[in-house]
Write a protein that binds this ligand. Structure first.
Ligand SMILES: [Zn+2]
Length: 135
């Protein structure tokens, strides 16, 4: 029995024999599900005749290949989304820093406004006093 089911490139086809001891010929399927998929079969196989039913796929299952391709595509999509998320996270962090700076500036400006309000109130009181003294 062949030991590997997937490594068709390293598979030594010529060394395999079926359980009858005959060289196992490589054949290709022409079915809708497995078009062109290669396999090894019993050397005694002929329709309707007795054989050892030796059977081994050389090529991987095409459905499995489709699933693997889809999986790879999803993996790369996941990677791209992860990078996008990281970029967005960096933008959020920058905006949070900017927000912190602006809050500090606002607090400073609010302090200056309070000082000006007191100065204006003081000047207004001073004006009232001066006007009252002139009377
Ligand atoms: Zn056989």
């Amino acid at each position: 029995m062949p030991s590997s089911s997937s490594a068709s490139s390293t598979f030594q086809i010529e060394y395999h024999t079926c359980n009858c001891g005959k060289p196992s010929p490589m054949r290709k399927l022409k079915t809708k599900e497995n078009p062109g998929r290669r396999f090894l079969g019993c050397g005694n196989y002929e329709k309707g005749k007795k054989n050892c039913e030796y059977f081994y796929w050389i090529d991987p299952d095409p459905k499995l290949k489709q699933i693997e391709d889809k999986f790879e595509a999803l993996e790369s999509e996941k990677h791209a989304l992860h990078l996008k998320c990281q970029e967005r996270e960096n933008v959020v962090q920058e905006l949070l820093k900017e927000n912190k700076k602006l809050k500090k500036k606002l607090t400073a400006v609010q302090g200056v406004v309070v000082v000006y309000k007191w100065k204006c109130l003081f000047l207004l009181c001073l004006c009232i006093i001066v006007v009252n003294k002139e009377d």
